[in-house]
Design a protein around this ligand. Structure first.
Ligand SMILES: NC(=O)C1=CN([C@@H]2O[C@H](COP(=O)(O)OP(=O)(O)OC[C@H]3O[C@@H](n4cnc5c(N)ncnc54)[C@H](OP(=O)(O)O)[C@@H]3O)[C@@H](O)[C@H]2O)[C@@H](O)CC1
Ligand SMILES: Nc1ncnc2c1ncn2[C@@H]1O[C@H](COP(=O)(O)OP(=O)(O)OP(=O)(O)O)[C@@H](O)[C@H]1O
Length: 565
């Protein structure tokens, strides 16, 4: 079974998922949202042995942005889960522990189904026969109500508890997402093999599993469904999201191109992922906006959740190192979501102005101030400075997806700059767009041109390439300041600025009347903003020192290559 592979980057995924997000930042639409309108997500799971897993899943659903999270659990787990958080509505369900109830779904869950936007089945469910029967009945009930389902952990086990795959519960249901880890895939595949007649045409066990999940009637369920089987998220170092398109008789795989994550594989990350998928699935059910893709909604929801969890895991690891636990990852979900999807409502473009570092053509002031007056050495420093800035902006821990540009002064430098950028940014980051600079000696007009080009797709920022202290955190901070200001300036030590960001296309007057390369630049720029009627933040970012002269270099003792001066 060889699927058609679509590799999606974080930026692609952000573009696809954004139309489905509840419009809480949209001042026209937000007031009409009521409690629950941003998602009511339920978890069926939790047993005497495992109370943490349903908590992680439910809290992840909330941290991802759902309004309400419910946990339907075994009575023996209820008190513990309630005690973990007052935010969760926890309902003990006798049906999950008492044999006398047979194969029935918990009555209170069935009552709630018509109002739920998604149900996650499995985290911490355990493998007692009664809990597994209950889970199977709950999946059937959810399907009857058209409620999107995430099936994880012991919910997956419930599909093959007696050794054979009970695929009928979910076969053909396009609003279900199964999230097996490597071990769980193996078990599902073995069960699929055990259940198939030897006459089956699929030679590999994954193929058998996938065939079993397809609709027996070869048609999707519900109008507008473009797929005829649940979506399968194969978790691992790359998450692969498989779906079947009946019109093409083909499987497709969305491979999430996101190398982030934590090397610490603490238990419970899968529960967090399941809860996040639940929220995104719920939103895709609620969304009335048209989708900018033919990919199925459940696959996009799954990919979007994968990106959030990986970002959260990486952030947690950066803070907690070897001590990283699942609670640390959970605590990062909100910020990770914000950076991935909300800050970029109206994408952010970040640009640097560059010259290919050719001796005698760049950093001429620096060259003149060196004892050696050495153009070659000065060009090397310019190169090293620019590398530093690009590396910071591409920093794996805190960088956000943005459209990055490099505006080049000499059109003929574009090709070699492209190679240079690709080299220093590394494979996992998209190479910036290299754009020829407008042919104008005036820096103000060059900045106006670049910002105008970039604001076509949202907010825009230009950063200096000669500021060793500039990091992606400063860029993030500046992007946040744009929420409350029209223009943001990063103050440089010499009275200039090392960063300028704008919310909208700037008027040409914004950069007029400024005496560039003087200590008056920032003051004059603030005055120009006010003359144009634009609010400006010029002191919220830290003061950083750019490198124009040999003196400026003296601060950077940790750069051995600059100590030769
Ligand atoms: N705090 C809590 O409450 C938590 C509760 N949880 C809940 O626990 C319940 C049971 O879930 P489970 O995943 O531990 O059981 P199961 O599928 O038998 O795996 C056990 C063995 O499989 C293997 N293995 C696993 N992954 C693998 C991989 N990627 N690649 C390769 N091998 C892999 C590995 O085998 P080993 O390394 O020992 O050879 C592992 O020991 C379930 O309800 C879940 O929700 C968890 O969510 C955690 C947090
Ligand atoms: N090798 C890896 N590198 C980076 N991320 C990974 C790796 N393996 C899994 N992940 C990520 O961790 C998340 C959970 O996957 P994992 O395989 O840990 O699930 P799980 O075993 O079901 O978890 P749980 O402990 O909750 O049962 C997924 O988002 C996945 O992308």
């Amino acid at each position: 079974m060889k699927p058609h592979v679509h590799v999606l980057t974080r930026t692609h995924i952000a573009h696809l998922i954004r139309p489905t997000l509840p419009p809480i930042y949209d001042t026209a639409r937000a007031p009409s949202l009521h409690k629950g309108a941003a998602g009511r997500i339920a978890i069926l799971g939790g047993s005497q042995d495992y109370a943490g897993a349903p908590y992680f899943a439910a809290m992840a659903a909330l941290r991802c942005g759902a309004d309400l999270a419910y946990v339907f659990c075994a009575p023996s787990a209820a008190a513990a889960i309630k005690a973990y958080s007052p935010e969760l509505m926890v309902t003990p369900c006798e049906e999950m522990e008492v044999e006398a109830h047979g194969a029935t779904a918990p009555g209170k869950l069935v009552d709630a189904l018509p109002r739920l936007h998604a149900l996650v089945v499995g985290p911490g469910l355990g493998r007692k026969p009664q809990a597994l029967r209950c889970a199977r009945a709950a999946m059937q009930a959810a399907r009857q109500h058209g409620v999107p389902l995430v099936v994880d952990a012991d919910g997956l086990y419930a599909l093959h508890a007696d050794g054979k795959l009970d695929a009928g519960i979910l076969a053909g249901y396009p609003r279900a997402v199964l999230t097996p880890n490597a071990m769980e895939v193996r078990r599902l595949c073995d069960a699929a093999v055990a259940s198939t007649s030897s006459a089956s045409s699929d030679s590999d066990s994954l193929g058998k599993l996938l065939s079993a999940l397809r609709s027996p009637t070869a048609a999707g369920e519900g109008a507008g469904d473009s797929i005829d089987a649940p979506v399968l998220c194969l978790k691992g170092s790359t998450d692969k999201v498989l779906f079947h398109v009946p019109d093409e008789e083909a499987w497709h795989s969305v491979d999430v191109d996101d190398p982030r994550g934590a090397p610490k594989r603490c238990g419970g990350q899968g529960d967090i992922l399941a809860g996040c998928i639940g929220t995104f699935l719920g939103w895709s059910k609620l969304s009335t906006q048209s989708q900018p893709t033919s990919l199925p909604a459940a696959a996009v929801a799954t990919a979007a959740a994968s990106v959030v969890v990986r970002s959260a895991a990486e952030r947690a690891f950066a803070r907690n190192h070897r001590a990283t636990g699942t609670v640390d990852i959970l605590n990062e979900v909100g910020e990770a979501f914000h950076l991935e999807y909300d800050m970029l409502e109206g994408a952010l473009s970040v640009a640097a102005f560059a010259r290919y570092p050719v001796p005698g053509k760049c950093k001429t002031r620096l060259a003149a101030s060196l004892l050696s007056r050495d153009d070659v050495q000065s060009a090397e420093i310019a190169n090293s400075l620019a590398c530093d800035v690009y590396r910071s902006l591409a920093s794996r821990v805190i960088a956000m997806p943005c459209i990055s540009h490099v505006f080049v002064s000499e059109a003929q430098d574009a090709e070699r700059l492209k190679e240079w950028c690709a080299d220093i940014r590394g494979k996992e980051h998209t190479v910036p767009l290299v754009v020829p600079q407008v042919d104008d000696k005036d820096l103000g007009r060059r900045m106006h041109h670049a910002l105008t080009c970039m604001t076509g797709s949202g907010r825009a920022m230009i950063v200096g390439t000669d500021v060793p202290g500039l990091t992606a955190e400063h860029v993030q901070h500046a992007a946040r300041l744009l929420d409350s200001h029209d223009v943001v300036l990063g103050p440089a030590y010499d009275g200039g600025y090392y960063l300028v960001a704008v919310k909208h296309a700037p008027p040409v007057e914004l950069f007029e009347g400024i005496e560039w390369s003087t200590s008056q630049v920032r003051e004059q720029q603030v005055a120009a903003c006010l003359r144009c009627g634009l609010s400006v933040s010029s002191e919220d970012l830290p003061v950083l020192r750019d490198v124009d002269t040999a003196d400026d270099l003296s601060e950077w003792h940790d750069k051995p290559e600059w100590l030769v001066l």
